[in-house]
Design a protein around this ligand. Sequence first.
Ligand SMILES: Cc1cc2nc3c(=O)[nH]c(=O)nc-3n(C[C@H](O)[C@H](O)[C@H](O)COP(=O)(O)OP(=O)(O)OC[C@H]3O[C@@H](n4cnc5c(N)ncnc54)[C@H](O)[C@@H]3O)c2cc1C
Ligand code: FES
Length: 272
Amino acid sequence: MSDSLTKANTIRATNILRVKTESPTVKTFTMADNLCAKANPGQFLMLWIPGIDEIPLSISDAKEGEVSVAVKQVGDATKHLHDMKTGETVGIRGPFGNSFTETRGRVLLVGGGTGTAPLFFLAKKVSAKADKLSFVMGAKTKNELLFLKDLDSVCSEESVISTTEDGSYGMQCLATEPLEKLLDKQKFNMIYTCGPEQMMRKVFDLADQRGIALEASLERLMRCGIGLCGSCVIGKYRVCRDGPIFNLSQLREVVDEFGTSKLGFDGNRIPI
Ligand SMILES: Cc1cc2nc3c(=O)[nH]c(=O)nc-3n(C[C@H](O)[C@H](O)[C@H](O)COP(=O)(O)OP(=O)(O)OC[C@H]3O[C@@H](n4cnc5c(N)ncnc54)[C@H](O)[C@@H]3O)c2cc1C
Ligand code: FES
């Protein structure tokens, strides 16, 4: 193990500095941590919730000695975290994994649910370099569309397309529906995507058919976070070590599993 990985893998106890409610089910937690404060968009950390569990989370912002994660309450660990307050102690390992490649040209971000969080972090970094930045974001309902108000700081209003499944905001459809039309009308040099895997699979298919470069952030069950335990495998890759960001040619190599199946907690393959 390299010195930098050994350092990142050493658990650090830290305090929650701030908690921000983003939606009825998502809160952003900001902690002090010098190592993760230097993370790049796309990287993740392992957050230890004392006495409960340690879970992987994408970094949604990192600067000046602080790191943030946007967390959706889905089960035991995330519920306990949502109940935690400013000043309480958590443990951090990381940052782990690779990051999005920062590109110039015409850039399109496609996010679903909490997947919007790391993409917003990326958008803040690439907005100065990109010729044009467009965002397609989808959620089940208006309240779950994250960072909508903050997006004007990185792209113009007409460059944002929002969709909701219940029609409470923007277009009533899945994010991939306007995406297809957008790709037929406009040229893009790079698509970045993060969100539900079936959405990302559709984005991959559309990009692949049109020969557009793509990077997608994958999630698999993670325990060690550093390539040792094998719980996060997809094809020949370990998502924690070789990803979580995969490009188009890597995704072509794992196309049988991408958007269709993954390993479950007991090691058996389960459908996505
Ligand atoms: C690289 C990566 C980045 C992620 N980033 C975010 C994020 O930014 N925000 C966010 O809300 N969630 C993120 N997740 C998912 C998050 O880790 C799970 O929601 C969390 O672990 C659920 O724990 P729980 O005890 O609350 O729920 P549980 O009831 O234990 O699990 C609910 C579901 O969460 C997933 N899950 C549970 N444990 C793990 C684990 N150890 N590794 C991966 N998935 C797990 C499984 O799909 C499971 O079915 C990320 C996962 C990965 C792998
Ligand atoms: S989480 Fe252990 S190998 Fe990836």
